[in-house]
Design a protein around this ligand. Structure first.
Ligand SMILES: Cc1cc2nc3c(=O)[nH]c(=O)nc-3n(C[C@H](O)[C@H](O)[C@H](O)COP(=O)(O)OP(=O)(O)OC[C@H]3O[C@@H](n4cnc5c(N)ncnc54)[C@H](O)[C@@H]3O)c2cc1C
Length: 418
């Protein structure tokens, strides 16, 4: 590593991942975050209405996500990602009251689809073969042009799985991104896709220990200061403008810009980034989960899509939720609670609640938006990009954000950007 400081701008997961890799290899780092806390779209905070700490949204990762495993291992948080030993996904249909649990076997040879009690009710093994079409499809085709978006397999497994992973109507989503999700899950065998949840909160598993790790490595961490402008001269960034402060860069200094796509578009002239986003809505209810509640329950046919059970709350996620953004919060809370109460057999009145609307939760995982994703390398020799929206081959996920941070750090350390 040549001398010089690396400025990592943005302390979301991509920025934290980049900073950790750089610090490990002896780089001198300053991490600058515009908000008063790190974590970005993956954060926890105290909510006064509920009188408890909540996450901005329930986040699910998978046992076989390689970058997630590397990251939590490095920061000593592996045990804070909890979930079952074997893959299992429980579902409840609000219309019929039916319940079922999908139980994939551990290995990549998917014999579970031959076992009626393990596969989706109403499906036959042949139905699952159609999924292979996604793997050989043109990546920029929409999913609906490649596989049938009807029937029990689609409605009760593929659609909820892809909607959760892509945060976009899966019919119009990119076949390439859908295939990337399936390659990481159904095609790797159950051992790779056991659900994992940060316990008790996102910050405990992903953010607080990462900041402590970076502090031990002598990283300078600046919170609550937005980078307002980058100054460019010839082929380099020459200074960073913060509120009331300008940081002049030495010739050997470098930057990892790990801000959301829309901020990158403001800071970097001419960069092409995704410009359509999809929201996620979470409803949090201050009621301890009933004993034996499934830790994650998929809901079919309701407003709620996934219910997460915690010791102090029940939390509901709705992905691709733009249609609900303008709905009155009170009405939304009541409709989500009706699904939760039904799914968990609860008769108590609506508990204290909070609705969190993340309008730009992820970029829209459509073929058009996927094409707009830039690589990490820019026209400026000392500037690389990181974030879940950079071209990672994955949808906007924790795994993608962490991988993009790793890639940015490698580019800086290899001196490709020097
Ligand atoms: C509600 C919700 C639910 C989700 N669920 C899941 C899930 O179940 N599984 C999953 O894998 N993924 C999920 N995701 C996606 C996941 O959270 C993101 O992919 C990931 O957190 C993105 O990290 P990032 O570092 O790329 O971006 P961000 O988290 O957006 O980080 C960018 C950082 O840059 C900072 N910043 C912005 N502008 C400036 C500036 N000018 N100067 C300095 N700093 C600046 C921001 O404050 C932020 O901290 C979910 C997202 C949301 C919103």
């Amino acid at each position: 590593m040549s001398s010089g400081r690396v400025y990592v701008i943005g302390a979301g997961l991509a920025g934290l991942s980049a900073a950790m890799h750089l610090a490990e290899l002896g780089a001198t780092i300053t991490l600058i975050e515009g908000a008063n806390q790190a974590g970005g779209r993956c954060r926890s905070y105290f909510d006064a209405a509920l009188d408890q700490v909540i996450d901005n949204g329930n986040h699910l990762v998978l046992s076989g996500n390689p970058a997630v495993s590397r990251y939590v291992q490095k920061i000593g948080a592996t045990q804070l990602l909890t979930g079952p030993e074997h893959a299992r996904f429980a579902f409840f249909d609000t219309r019929s009251g039916a319940r079922w649990t999908i139980r994939p076997n551990d290995g990549p040879l998917a014999w579970w689809i031959l076992a009626p009690k393990r596969r989706v009710p109403g499906t036959s093994p042949r139905d699952y073969l159609s999924i292979l079409n996604l793997l050989i499809a043109r990546p920029d085709a929409p999913v609906e042009s490649v596989i049938s978006c009807h029937g029990a397999l689609w409605e009760n497994l593929l659609a909820p799985l892809l909607l959760a992973a892509l945060n976009t109507d899966p019919r119009t989503a990119s076949a390439g991104l859908a295939a990337a999700v399936l390659r990481q899950t159904l095609f790797k065998g159950g051992r790779a896709y056991c659900p994992r949840i940060a316990t008790p909160h996102l910050a405990d598993a992903f953010i607080t220990p990462a900041l402590a790790h970076l502090a031990r490595q002598k990283t300078r961490i600046i919170l609550g200061k937005r980078v307002r402008k980058l100054q460019f001269e010839a082929d380099r960034v020459t200074s960073l403008e913060l509120a009331g402060e300008s940081i002049a860069l030495a010739r050997e200094d470098k930057i990892v810009l790990a801000v959301p796509a829309w901020v990158a578009a403001d800071l970097v002239p001419g960069v092409c980034v995704p410009d359509a986003f999809r929201s996620i809505i979470n409803g949090h209810f201050a009621l301890p989960a009933p004993p034996n509640a499934e830790p994650i329950l998929g809901v079919i046919g309701g407003v709620a899509e996934w219910i997460f059970a915690f010791s102090d709350r029940l939390s509901v996620t709705v992905s691709g939720a733009d249609r609900l953004l303008d709905e009155d919060r009170d009405s939304l809370a009541r409709r989500l609670w009706a699904d939760v109460a039904r799914a968990h057999g609860l008769t108590c009145p609506l508990p204290r609640w909070q609705i969190v609307k993340e309008r730009r939760a992820t970029f829209a995982a459509t073929p058009e938006q996927d094409r707009r994703r830039p690589g990490p390398v820019t026209s400026w020799r000392n500037l690389v990009l990181a974030g879940d929206w950079v071209r990672t081959g994955l949808p906007a996920t924790i795994e993608g954000a962490l991988r993009s941070g790793e890639t940015a750090a490698q580019l800086i350390l290899r001196g490709d950007r020097a």
